[in-house]
Design a protein around this ligand. Sequence first.
Ligand SMILES: [Zn+2]
Length: 129
Amino acid sequence: MLNEVKELGTRLMRDLINTSPIVPEIDYDQAPFRDDEEGFTLRAEHEGERAIVLNRTGSRIDAEMAISQAQDWIVELLWHRGRPPTWPECGSHPRTHPLSVADVAGTLVWVCPKTSDVIAPVGSLPAQH
Ligand SMILES: [Zn+2]
């Protein structure tokens, strides 16, 4: 089910490109996973890399957990650079908290953790310039 993995990676990258000060590269091929694992590796120049493992229950991949793992790493990199560790930033509460990822009725979305408002589907955050 590599397509599912690539689709998730593409959505994650779209949000990173549109809204993150740090945009890693994504690698689907050289992931240090066991044979029964799927996932991708995020790699940022001078910052190292993070393998994102997609756990599977039956036919369903845990996309929420994977996005959350990627988000944790980006937030960590931002913090190390002395930037606000809030990716993706909550437009309603700037510099307060990052958005949280949630599965709402089968759609992966970003939500404000304070109000539980759905902000946008993962992969559809508006570009910040
Ligand atoms: Zn908020």
